[in-house]
Design a protein around this ligand. Structure first.
Ligand code: 13P
Length: 336
């Protein structure tokens, strides 16, 4: 399969991506919050429970893994990438090395990980990965994001994407404008527009094939400290307008991050976007917290009780599958 075909498979109708690529540091925070020790075995146990749920393959096209998980074997000895592939789920891998303070604007962040990336990509391909992720983050405040943050992160995303395509994999390009702050939706719209504009400028300079990427942006939301409620219809209208104005038509689709929205909010907003979608883009999910939060709580009650954890996960995956085709409504949450 070439990269364009892989991208389309990641965006297959009614399916989306599970972002289970938390670094060991982030996963430790998540497990500590539910009072489970963050051992290698426990991290695998939770993730394997999700990956083997009966309906996962009906709603999940791909899973983003962390380096540790890509190299692990399931409880019956099957390598995790193979376990996914057998269910027609594409294995992906987070390849950035996290964020550091940006020199020149030390309160902002730059994503690192380009050194040695070409060699790592070769190994990841051999281990079975067919797509990758790199996340850049941008803060909103009266001063931020600075031009330095916008340009340097876009440049890194473009260099990353070019290397990934050279290795015959699909880069998920993830510029995340954070929801933290007291700004309103209009400010988020303006910042996200500038961030996306520069990303595509740099992707073009780097000669990245846009038909062979998946964009993973934030939705357009009011800042989480603004006290303003996010109306789904407004979120959808603004998000769609922002993407139509700033994303070239060659890009096959968009898989949103959830970014701290509640599970139902993330589902409802995606559903509204699909209800009004009059663009060529496919819109689906690439959620981390919004797919895993309730399942993680259930798992923490009894980590041996796979069946009930999978029920909780399957419901969220199904709700988001409905939202990916604009067929979700609140009554489905109760019925499921
Ligand atoms: P959230 O959906 O929890 O924002 O995670 C998605 C992701 O992959 C962030 O890089």
């Amino acid at each position: 399969m070439n990269i364009d075909q892989i991208a389309l498979q990641m965006l297959a109708s009614g399916k989306g991506i599970l972002a289970a690529d938390e670094s060991t540091g982030t996963m430790t925070k998540r497990l500590t919050a539910v009072k489970v020790p963050s051992t290698e075995e426990n991290r695998l146990n939770f993730r394997e429970t999700l990956f083997t749920s009966k309906t996962a393959s009906s709603y999940i096209s791909g899973v983003i893994l962390y380096d540790e998980t890509l190299r692990q074997k399931s409880s019956n000895g099957t390598p995790i990438p193979e376990l996914l592939r057998k269910q027609n789920i594409i294995p992906g891998i987070k390849v950035d090395a996290g964020t550091k303070s940006l020199a020149g604007s030390p309160d902002e962040l730059i994503t690192e990980g380009l050194n040695g990336l070409r060699e790592r990509l070769k190994e990841y391909y051999e281990l079975g990965a067919r797509f990758t992720k790199w996340r850049a983050v941008y803060k909103i405040s009266s001063k931020f994001p600075s031009n330095a943050a916008i340009i340097s992160n876009a440049h890194s995303l473009a260099r990353y994407a070019a290397l990934v395509q050279e290795a015959n994999m699909v880069p998920i390009v993830e510029p995340e404008v954070l929801m933290d702050g007291n700004h309103d939706m209009q400010k988020c719209y303006e910042v996200t527009s500038s961030v996306l504009y520069e990303c595509f400028n740099q992707l073009k300079i780097a000669k990245v094939r846009l038909e062979g990427i998946v964009l993973k942006p934030n939705m357009i939301l009011n800042g989480s400290d603004s006290g303003i409620k996010n109306e789904a219809a407004m979120v959808a209208a603004k998000t769609l307008a922002c993407l139509k104005n700033n994303v070239p038509e060659e890009v096959p689709g968009v898989a949103f991050l959830s970014g701290g929205q509640s599970e139902v909010e993330a589902t409802q907003n995606l559903n509204e976007i699909n209800k009004i979608n009059d663009s060529k883009f496919i819109f689906t999910f690439s959620y981390g917290r919004a797919l895993q939060q309730s399942a993680l709580k259930k798992w923490a009650e009894n980590i041996q009780d796979k069946e009930n954890v999978q029920k909780v996960f399957d419901k969220r995956a199904f709700m988001n599958s409905l939202a990916a085709t604009g067929k979700w409504d609140k009554s489905k949450e109760i019925a499921a």
